[in-house]
Design a protein around this ligand. Sequence first.
Ligand code: G16
Length: 544
Amino acid sequence: MPIATVPTTPFPDQRPGTSGLRKKVTVFQQAHYLENFVQAIFDVLPDRQGKTLILGGDGRYYNREAIQIILRMAAANGWGRVLVGRDGLLSTPAVSALIRRNLAHGGIILSASHNPGGPDHDFGIKYNVSNGGPAPESVTEAIWARSKRIDRYYIVTGVPEVDLGILGSSHCGEMVVEVIDPVQNYAELMESLFDFDALSRLLRGPFRMRFDALHAITGPYAHEILERRLGAPAGTVVHGEPLPDFGGAHPDPNLVYAKELADALLTGEELDFGAASDGDGDRNMILGRGIFVTPSDSLAVLAAGATCIPAYRQGLSGVARSMPTSQAVDAVAQRLGIPHYETPTGWKFFGNLLDAGAITFCGEESFGTGSNHVREKDGLWAVLAWLSILAARGQGVAEILTQHWRDHGRHYYTRHDYEDLPAEVGADLMAAVTHQLPVLSGQKLAGREVRLADDFAYTDPVDGSHSLHQGIRILFDDGSRLIFRLSGTGTSGATLRIYHETPVADVQRQLQNPQRVLQDLIRLGRELCRLEALSGRTQPTVIT
Ligand code: G16
């Protein structure tokens, strides 16, 4: 098998962000760019020889080309076997499940998640380790370090392209390539967790739901699970065909980018339940008739109702949320008498807690919810979990949510995003708040007293690793919080996120508009970072 050693020079911008390396397609299309990064991954895995790798992506533009390159590089780098999804497709949670099921050494996922796709948009690549989860910071930093010194990569030459359209086994050089059904293993995993008979009764009855796959990866998964296995009426899944440009839209399940679904639920009368997922299938948005469930509330409701689901009937060992996620799930954990953890943003920080059995459920405000069944957030899992609770309780989403608030208090919450800022403006806005940290504690602001103001740092309770600079927290004496972070998933410029939260125990005050309840914190947030003066912005781009 001819292996070429191709000389190369480093690119200075290959540091993985919150979730892998994300850049414009045109950046990845530069000669050697993808190859350098893939070789950097392989170089930090010296024990890869003869091992199994899982490979797939969300089908976005450049997915197919990248997969052929990675297969030839994997063969040249000594991998024993690669399992690749048919047509190069695999959702992020499906990759995680396959790594675990096949005891694979790791997996490569090609996706820029919720970022738009197409020749002028985004592409991405991330490596998941043998527990099925995103590589921890120690590995991503090693990949980055390696990328800065790389001077060659290995690739097999003179072999035909692998036909990704046909299931079955073939060889790329000496390496075995198995093209597998992207859905089957994942669908079986879901059947092992949930009571499919109960879900089927719900979906075959008068209950009406819509799942919007946003022309991204979850279409085939949702068709198979919701329509074929559970018997939901044809048409329950919309925009179910994955397209390289996601139909020209953002595959981002929020109220702005999944507006069609949101409108159908928030203003229409026909549907009882709506859900959407993102580019690579790990995010989810949940809607009921006339009501949007914030991801933070969704995590809390799922934690409170977990015992409705067969796999979690024995209860949860603990729960975790990322720091900017609202404290709603903490209230559930306190009531259940189980531990709760606060981690930095990024699913990778849940991995150790899940592996150690310290937590069963975890979630993030960024539309991510999941459990110990895989080591990624899982959009369809969250949908099935919600359906399980609806089926068990015989109630609608709005009833369940308002009852939850009565029982645990409501955590009013909103995130304001200021997108497409010049990178230096983003840094200046953060610096404006950071400079004030030493003097904020004890001050009266927005009618509350500041209890603590800091730059969030995390020490992993399992392996003791430290992560610094994970966002600015301003905590108030009434439990309210104001948080500032720069997004770690963009491909150009900066996005400032400001998160606002205030808990309200008084049942009489639980049915108000969050933007109104939080308006003084919103104003304070803008003032503290000198938003208008430094950026000229007065309104956010996206409100969640
Ligand atoms: C990724 C991570 C999530 C994280 C999110 C934050 O999501 O997997 O764990 O919460 O980024 O994004 P940002 O840094 O922009 O706030 P995804 O779905 O993009 O992979």
